[in-house]
Design a protein around this ligand. Structure first.
Ligand SMILES: Cc1cc2nc3c(=O)[nH]c(=O)nc-3n(C[C@H](O)[C@H](O)[C@H](O)COP(=O)(O)O)c2cc1C
Length: 126
């Protein structure tokens, strides 16, 4: 087996065994839409012939947003730019695949943290 051999992940054919592990970009707009910087970064990864590129985690609901600058896949408005990232990767022609990572921050969600912080601050007397 060589790192340069094709591999099947389910029914998805991957051109080699190089994987870009999911890495949060911390660069999304406040509303969770991706910024311009995403397109060039993912284009470069594809040009580098990474077989499978896993995008930084995407929040699936506002309440599940894990941190500031996180991109979302929580509403219709998020979809066009996410599609554009996929297109950008495919248009390089290298055969790289891009995979979305879905996330709900759970106890680590920003909104939950803010909620708890609010409670703590309300209890304090100055
Ligand atoms: C800045 C940064 C952002 C990361 N974002 C994610 C993420 O969105 N999703 C995820 O599953 N892992 C994330 N990770 C973990 C990496 O994907 C990876 O598993 C970790 O860095 C260990 O990789 P290594 O075993 O090759 O050193 C992140 C790591 C770093 C340093």
């Amino acid at each position: 087996m060589s790192l340069f051999e094709k591999v099947l992940i389910g029914n998805m054919e991957v051109i080699n065994r190089f994987v870009r592990s999911a890495t949060a970009e911390f660069d999304a707009n406040e509303d969770g839409t991706v910024s311009e910087a995403y397109f060039e970064m993912y284009r470069q990864l594809a040009l580098g012939k990474i077989g499978a590129i896993i995008q930084g985690h995407l929040y699936i609901s506002e309440e599940g947003k894990a941190h500031k600058g996180m991109a979302g896949i929580a509403s219709e408005q998020h979809l066009p730019l996410l599609k554009k990232i996929t297109q950008t990767v495919h248009e390089t022609g290298t055969g790289s695949k891009i995979i979305a990572q879905l996330n709900h921050g759970g106890a680590h969600s920003v909104s939950k943290k803010l909620h708890l912080l609010e409670k703590i601050l309300k209890k304090r007397t100055y």
